[in-house]
Design a protein. Sequence first.
Length: 135
Amino acid sequence: LYAGPGSGNRFLSKFAMGPSGVAPSFVGEVGILGTDNATLAPHANAHVTFNEDLGFYQIMAESMPADGKSTISYLTSVDGLSWGVQIEDLIVPVSGEYRVGTPATHPDNLFKVYFGSTARSDSLYFDIRLAEWSL
């Protein structure tokens, strides 16, 4: 389980759920590096899947810039704690939208992403959208 960032915390945290699935234990904070090897703005609302065929995690996450105008990035990770951005701003707000966020990949196709978008700066009243992308 990935959660965060919490109040005053700029990192996502990884938790193991244990055999019962309801007894979380802290595993560690997630470090996110961009393609330039510099730490990026925090990310949240991550959708993480492990691709057994490729042997690494594939992640869709919402960037959390100071101005609140979030975008969606595609990241990968070998260990689940050290994430690297492969594509920044994969999904961005279009005309009339203030921000996009809360991505989740289609269960059968990583290249289809569900996400929310809103024209409001208070982040209320999201519309659910579907976007297709490719590497």
